[in-house]
Design a protein around this ligand. Structure first.
Ligand SMILES: [Zn+2]
Length: 269
């Protein structure tokens, strides 16, 4: 498989030290999310491993799925420590947490982030319009992670949000639309962690839109032994597909997304 200069991962949940070590070994700068106080403690541990500097960047926020189990106050020590706040947002598809509670938790964290001038990573599942209205009240630098709705994209583009393209870009038309339309200074790549990649690729195999040219490389990757972690393969599949959709090349897109990754992080200095 071809190698591109550097690939970056703008959004990941890293569940094992082996995966963190792969990212360090391969030199894949990664924003690692800690979604509640316990998860944040784990992410801090990963980020204190040797040679993580310039590779693992912790991102902390109380995730909407856990908004009824914790208070924003429980998360405060971590919100203080990180450069970027997230992922925060609302979700009415993949969780049953009452939306009123999700909104309170989100809004409190949006206020804190704006006040402390820390950029924000957003989770918007099926609440795209509501969140768009809410963030208009809190001008800040926003990264919309894995946007996969077929509506309201323009609103977020108008606010000059960053977007990280998810691994289902190989088959999901809504994600392909994002990969096509995001300006070159706002596009990023993500895995969302290897569980999400596995999901995206399995779903893809059921889909007629599945990019035929990716079939072989993905089969190869999924047949690897479990201990061989495949972060880079996933990011390369995403980059090849996104480059194709943008009439660009993987090399160009790799370099753009790497620049954007560090520009987004620099907004927090
Ligand atoms: Zn996530």
């Amino acid at each position: 498989m071809r190698d591109y200069p550097v690939v970056t991962d703008a959004h990941a949940h890293v569940k094992t030290k082996a995966e963190a070590l792969e990212r360090i070994r391969e030199g894949i700068p990664t924003m690692v999310c800690g979604t509640d106080p316990e998860d944040a403690r784990w992410v801090m541990e990963l980020c204190h491993m040797p040679e993580t500097e310039g590779i693992l960047f912790p991102v902390f926020g109380l995730h909407p799925w856990y908004a009824d189990q914790w208070k924003v106050e429980d998360m405060m020590p971590y919100l203080e420590k990180c450069q970027v706040i997230g992922e925060i947002g609302m979700d009415s598809l993949w969780c049953n947490v009452p939306l009123k509670r999700q909104k309170e938790v989100l809004e409190k964290q949006l206020q804190i982030a704006a006040e402390w001038k820390k950029p924000v990573v957003l989770h918007t599942k099926d609440q795209e319009r509501e969140i768009l209205e809410l963030i208009r009240k809190y001008p800040n630098t926003y990264l919309v992670h894995w946007y996969s709705a077929d509506h309201d994209l323009d609103g977020y583009l108008d606010l000059e949000c960053y977007f990280s393209v998810g691994p289902d870009v190989i088959w999901n038309p809504a994600v392909q639309q994002v990969a096509k339309r995001v300006p070159e200074n706002r596009i990023l790549l993500e895995t969302d962690g290897m569980d999400a990649v596995k999901w995206a690729w399995e779903e893809g195999q059921k889909s007629q839109n599945y990019a035929i040219e990716e079939r072989e490389s993905i089969r190869e990757t999924t047949q690897k032994q479990p201990e061989e972690i495949v972060v880079k393969d996933s990011l390369h599949a995403t980059i090849r597909m996104a480059a194709k959709l943008r009439n660009s090349s993987p090399e160009i897109l790799s370099s753009l997304t790497t620049d954007n990754f560090f520009t987004f992080l620099r907004n927090s200095y």
